[in-house]
Design a protein around this ligand. Structure first.
Ligand code: AMP
Ligand code: MG
Length: 332
């Protein structure tokens, strides 16, 4: 199969929608990362996503909707909290867990009785969903184990020959995957941190929202137990880390000192990533949500031996970014 590269023109989006309706897979831009789309009610197309990505079948997919009315097609018993959060954050990088509608194929939810729903804030994604005529499942459009794609070329590098088309909408604005929130538990639990933070959610919820790893419920008799899933199933999988060794430091001064120590060793290419870089220079690049995954891909392409990441207070306070950095750094 030759993977078509499509533009964001009306004609190309219409063509992409035709491909989807014919059961094909099409990658498209969202504000977070590129998604690999399939029609939610076409079970064989949904299964093809797992094959194309090499994704474990027990890792459920997020359903991408264009309108609030789409939600009724995939979920039941929608609680008032959903609408409160919808009003504030949707469309945007927030995924919420709801009770699954019987019409949703097992392959989408990995057999769970919950379904994850989000509304991408990207005009191409919205138009594509509307034109296709039903919500689209859309995991990140990378091979499993690779960093999420933030440019169409990343999708091509991973999936060319395995999917029908990619719509090239340029670089993704947010750059890391959505916040995943379970609103069916009390308190609501952040299953995957992202750019919609705990504080932002609490502002709407009105009481405490907890992070997955701390989701311990205390029953009336005072016994603490973890009584509901506390992380998204996908979080148990080893996520991508570049070939380079990753070193986390607190400041640029520490980064430069560390780099000098390593560069003495022959042939060891060292890159520093820092949030305070105005313009990239020599081997110093910008560290941000938008650039992290692209830098991991670039580092591999350039055979970088060591990546030094400056985790200053600004970076440390970014819970979504820090989560992805720690996952990458802890692999080796
Ligand atoms: P991706 O689209 O590749 O960024 O992955 C979607 C994330 O959402 C994964 O971590 C999934 O495990 C998580 N997810 C999707 N559906 C559910 C669900 N029903 N319950 C819990 N987590 C989910
Ligand atoms: Mg993914």
């Amino acid at each position: 199969m030759q993977t078509q590269s499509l533009s964001t023109s009306t004609g190309d989006i219409l063509h992409a929608a035709h491909l989807l309706r014919a059961g094909e897979l099409v990658a498209f831009p969202t504000e977070t990362v590129y998604g690999l789309g399939a029609m939610v009610f076409n079970e064989s197309a949904v299964r093809a996503i797992f094959t194309a990505k090499g994704r474990p079948s027990d890792n459920p997919l997020i359903v991408h909707c264009a309108d609030r009315t789409d939600v009724e097609r995939v979920a039941i018993n929608i609680p008032p909290l959903f609408d409160a959060l919808f009003e504030r954050f949707c469309p945007g990088p927030l995924t919420m867990l709801l009770e699954r509608h019987i019409a949703v194929p097992d392959a989408v939810t990995a057999g769970l009785n919950t379904v994850a729903v989000r509304f991408p804030a990207h005009p191409v994604a919205e138009t594509l969903i509307r034109t296709a005529g039903e919500p689209l499942v859309a995991p990140s459009a990378n091979r499993s184990g690779r960093p999420s794609p933030t440019q169409a070329q990343h999708v091509m590098n991973d999936l060319a020959g395995r999917i029908a088309a990619v719509i090239d909408g340029g670089s993704c604005e947010v750059g890391i995957e959505s916040t995943v929130l379970n609103i069916l538990t009390n308190p609501p639990v952040i299953l995957r941190p992202g750019s919609i933070t705990k504080e932002m959610l609490e502002d709407v919820v009105g009481y405490e929202v907890v992070h997955g790893s701390y989701a311990i419920k205390t029953s009336n008799d005072g016994i603490s137990e973890v009584s509901f899933p506390t992380l998204a199933p996908g979080m148990k999988y080893r996520h991508y880390a570049p070939e380079a060794r990753i070193i986390l430091v607190d400041s640029m001064a520490e980064a430069l000192q560390t780099a000098r120590g390593i560069e003495g060793q022959q042939g060891n290419l060292v890159w520093i990533l820092s949030n305070s870089v105005k313009k990239p220079e020599h081997d110093i690049f910008l560290l941000s949500e938008q650039t992290l995954y692209a830098m991991f891909r670039n580092a591999d392409a350039q055979n970088v031996g060591t990546l030094i990441l400056v985790c200053d207070p600004h970076v440390r306070n970014n819970e979504g970014l820090m989560n992805r950095i720690q996952k990458a750094a802890s692999r080796k």
